[in-house]
Design a binder for this molecule. Structure first.
Ligand code: PMP
Length: 286
């Protein structure tokens, strides 16, 4: 079925949507994005994504083409028109273009480009992958130094996923100076003796919207949380591990670099956090 997508003020069939070949998102990856999940036809943590979008734009001196209320309306309209019960809304803002390729930014009054589309993912909340748990490989983190900005420079994460796939695994965790930064498209955690360990926020990682919610929920559930640097060897020695992201929620990890964690099935803390996250997020969805 042809999706209805949104491009610069218009709702169009996906086959009719167009962006200039000179758009800086296309030529320079000069664009930022957000992915908001949809459960029961409602948006999960829209507010968190809208706030992070504004932060990414501010960090890059890029204009926001819409108010938060307008963005919410576009999200809702696309969810409705495409009949999404479980799935995702992808949003991208690029710096646009003044009609040619130039490293120098175009004049400030050049309108940014705004694109949104939905992805239908029936069974997202109850996915088989989350019941099985993910197998992870570790790779060197060679990305740029502003990973806190959610840019569309996703070539290395994409290569990381391919390296994992070739190794018969599901995903990769990246390491820098011997310490885990994050997964290719998620934040990384391990659990040892009941304590959840994850890297603290900095420019080295994306400030995950799901991370923030899950850490709050863990603390509310009296779980112990420690934000500090950790190595892949520590994670391999863990009782369990997991990742968080808006599109996969809390995803248990059952193997790292060929080492099985626990009994090789999703751990109790990851499973519990997934349940709590889904329940609370559904209740708060708009
Ligand atoms: N880190 C990276 C590199 C990511 O791409 C993502 C997902 N966009 C995350 C972490 C998780 O962030 P969120 O919970 O906001 O989806």
């Amino acid at each position: 079925m042809t999706r209805t997508v949104y491009v610069n003020g218009e709702y169009l069939p996906e086959t009719e949507a167009k962006i200039s070949i000179f758009d800086r998102g296309f030529l320079f990856a000069d664009a930022v994005y957000e992915v908001t999940s949809v459960l029961g036809g409602k948006l999960i943590d829209f507010e968190g994504h809208a706030v992070r979008l504004q932060r990414s734009l501010n960090e890059l001196d890029m204009q926001n083409p819409c108010t938060k209320e307008e963005l919410l309306e576009i999200h809702r309209k696309l969810v409705e028109q495409n009949n999404i019960d479980e799935g995702l809304v992808y949003l991208q803002v690029s710096r646009g273009s003044d009609g040619d390729r130039d490293f120098v930014f175009p004049p400030e009054d050049t309108p940014p480009s705004l694109v949104l589309f939905t992805q239908n993912k029936p069974g997202l909340a109850n996915s088989a992958a989350s019941k099985k748990g993910a197998k992870i490989i570790s790779i060197e983190d060679v990305r740029w130094g502003r990973r806190d900005i959610k840019t569309v420079q996703l070539l290395y994460p994409s290569m990381g996923k391919m390296m994992a796939k070739k190794a018969g695994c599901d995903d990769a965790w990246m390491t820098q100076d011997g310490y885990v930064t994050e997964g290719t498209s998620n934040n990384a955690y391990y659990v040892k003796d009941g304590k959840i360990v994850t890297r603290p926020l900095s420019n080295d990682i994306l400030h995950g919207i799901t991370r923030k919610a899950v850490l709050r929920m863990a603390q509310e559930a009296q779980m112990k949380v420690e934000e500090r640097l950790f190595t892949i060897d520590e994670a391999k020695d863990a009782d369990e591990a997991f990742t968080t992201s808006a599109s996969a929620f809390v995803m248990p990890v059952i193997e790292i670099d060929g080492v099985t964690l626990g009994d090789g099935t999703p751990g109790p803390i990851a499973k519990r956090l997934r349940e709590i996250y889904l329940e609370e997020s559904l209740n708060a969805a708009i």
